[in-house]
Design a protein around this ligand. Structure first.
Ligand SMILES: Nc1ncnc2c1ncn2[C@@H]1O[C@H](COP(=O)(O)OP(=O)(O)O)[C@@H](O)[C@H]1O
Ligand SMILES: [Mg+2]
Length: 147
């Protein structure tokens, strides 16, 4: 049987949790969703080495290999105090991927994992990974060029 995430992704933009629907209480969900291994999971060591030895890196891998959803968690586990921005071109993508990654971590959006799009900021001082639109990152850079 397809798992919840497969069902949600098949539903396209209409699927998944709406912003006003209750998100499952993390206390009642398992700490982590039983995730299928993705190619990015096997690249963990390489990503960690890149982080330790280079200021910039470009990761190239097929669509669906876990670049967007797994890399920020690998980076965060290597450096728990980091503040990590992940950009998406569209607001719906930023919001839904944040929901997904937060739930995979057994968390709610607005804790360690947040999202920020125009008119909707789901972050707090605990937030370490922020999924945001390209526009929000540009606005942040304008406000603080040394970001
Ligand atoms: N919003 C989402 N809802 C449900 N599943 C998702 C969502 N985003 C990603 N996934 C799952 O995670 C896998 C990896 O996605 P992703 O990290 O976005 O890949 P990439 O960035 O390499 O294209 C997808 O194949 C899909 O199964
Ligand atoms: Mg991606």
């Amino acid at each position: 049987m397809a798992n919840k995430y497969q069902q949600r992704s098949q539903g396209g933009e209409g699927g998944g949790y709406g912003r006003n629907e209750p998100v499952p209480d993390p206390k009642r969900t398992a700490p982590k969703v039983d995730l299928l291994a993705l190619p990015m999971d096997s690249a963990r060591k390489e990503v960690e080495n890149c982080l330790a030895n280079h200021d910039n890196a470009i990761i190239m891998a097929e669509t669906g290999s876990g670049k967007t959803t797994r890399t920020p968690i690998i980076l965060l586990e290597a450096n728990p105090d980091a503040r990590i921005a992940v950009t998406q071109p569209r607001r719906v993508a930023a919001i839904s991927v944040a929901d997904y990654v937060a739930e995979c971590q057994g968390e709610r959006v607005g804790g360690k994992i947040g999202s920020q799009v125009r008119f909707d900021n789901e972050t707090s001082k605990e937030t370490r990974v922020i999924f945001m639109t390209d526009g929000i990152l540009l606005a942040k850079l304008k406000a603080d060029p040394l970001l």
